[in-house]
Design a protein around this ligand. Structure first.
Ligand code: GAR
Length: 208
């Protein structure tokens, strides 16, 4: 099974969804480690209670040290893929470059609509009838990497940002483990193909 690191900043309900989904025998990943930029994130208590290792990291006040510590922790845990789950920090370019194609995020809107903070407020302000959530690859540009999967959620009359967030969250919990599993299958096929291409190249007859 692929080894996934989950990065959180707060409650960690998406992290919990990823952990619980991984308990199914046919889940293609396991949550190898959870890390946070906030040492008092409630999600860490949950991860610990569920028996998932927690990375002890340097304070996020020093961004360089924090991400260097995170990189070491991910390497030590043999992580294949990083899943952001309510991780509210801009990630430095050098870290992103190291994890290119292997770092994903969930955002509570139908991207490319409503990137950044307060997507639910923005959705209501725009008078939209449908919103949702998106799982996407993380790139240097905020909330703009390739979309891997989306789920739609209806906006109800009288919805506030909080009531909408609560309903979208239910949909997020279904979406994230499913899309993560699919994407891991896709990258595994890709690795297999590129390995084959390498082998074929090695067995080509030498030119005379
Ligand atoms: C989730 O709704 C997630 O989509 C959102 O924060 C919440 C975290 O909740 N993420 C973003 O807005 C990222 N830009 P959780 O800690 O319970 O998973």
């Amino acid at each position: 099974r692929s080894r996934v690191a989950v990065l959180i900043s707060g409650r960690g309900s998406n992290m919990a969804a990823l952990i619980y989904a991984a308990r199914a025998d046919d889940c293609p990943y396991e949550v190898a480690v959870v890390a946070s930029d906030k040492p008092d994130a409630p999600g860490l208590v949950l991860a610990e209670a569920e028996g998932v290792p927690i990375a002890r990291l340097p304070s996020a006040k020093d961004k360089t040290q924090f991400f260097a510590g995170l990189q070491s922790a991910l390497e030590a845990a043999g992580v294949d893929l990083v899943a952001l789950a309510g991780f509210m920090r801009i990630i430095p370019d050098d870290f992103l470059a190291r994890w290119e194609g292997r770092i994903v995020n969930i955002h509570p809107s139908l991207l490319p609509r409503h990137k950044g903070l307060k997507p639910h407020q923005a959705c209501l302000d725009a008078g939209e009838r449908i919103t949702g959530a998106t799982v996407h690859l993380v790139t240097a540009e905020l909330d703009s990497g390739e979309t891997l999967g989306q789920v739609q959620v209806a906006v109800l009359p009288g919805d506030t940002p909080d009531t909408l967030a609560e309903r979208v969250l239910v949909a997020e919990h279904q979406l994230y483990p499913r899309i993560l599993g699919q994407y891991l299958g896709r990258t595994r096929d890709f690795d297999w193909i590129s390995n084959k291409v390498g082998e074929l190249a090695l067995t080509l007859p030498e030119s005379r």
